[in-house]
Design a protein around this ligand. Sequence first.
Ligand code: 8YV
Length: 333
Amino acid sequence: MNTPAKPAILVARRVFPETLARLREHFDVESNDTDGVWSQDELVQRLQGKVGALTTGSERIGPELLAACPVLKVVANIAVGYNNFDVPALTAQGVLATNTPDVLTETTADFGFALVLATARRVAESEHYLRAGLWKQWALDMFAGAEVHATTLGILGMGRIGQGVARRGAHGFGMKVIYHNRSRLDAATEAACGATYVSKAELLAQADHLVLVVPYSAASHHAIGAAELAQMKPTATLVNIARGGIVDDAALAQALKNRQIAAAGLDVFEGEPSVHPELLTVPNVVLTPHIASATLKTRRAMAELAADNVIAFLTQGRALTPINPEVLGAAAA
Ligand code: 8YV
């Protein structure tokens, strides 16, 4: 007797072998085994006949691609952010979209704090100095940075990761924590985070260290540009662990050059993996290649959750972390 053909899916980026092995138990899997990003045309071509796909932030799933891939039923992003997805277009076409919330919250918040500390205490700048053989004598004010403990931590975007950064600041470093968000948190969550809601203008004016954890959208594009940087303290630091495009990188490079703010720590960039050339020349910025969620445990958990979503949907019509759950209802109807 012939065994029925397994449904076909595409894994658009290299994932862990164990994740591929699990997917292969259920599906006929085509996978990208390199770290190269397929062009949009190649992605469309490889998606032909595929009912599911695992993607990362590098694969754009919009109306043209969906129109060209009519059998696609589910796309699972290996990321909590999903600004690479056109969600209304996915929903209109009845395609389920999923992301990977929760499993990366604490790891990403840790990294946000790592950047706050590295930026304020000039860790990268002083290490480069040492490696370059420039350290010949110690001086009382050598690489004197900004205090972190007992200062004011500002957070723009108070979702799960923002709350994780807030808890670390309030409970670990005795910081006064202020935040701005589209909607105010309930009193119990504010108390647990030790955080106080303020306007965006107050946030910019009062923060000694400002951390951006807001999702990218048309509304948050260049939320921090020249005008906002001008409202910050000249001693302040800025950390972006959210998405490139939330900060106007050219304006930031200028502000760092002119010492309009003291320093910045950036894990994400407009047009990454390209980095604005001026940012590469200023010393008072810590630059990392989008690694805030990068521990092996967390990256494994993200890949597994994406795989679980595809398996659950294609075998049982349900999902663990749907972005557009209304598609599930429509599929069941
Ligand atoms: C991902 C991220 O690793 O989850 C997110 O939104 O930014 C990172 O954790 C990256 O986007 C790859 O998809």
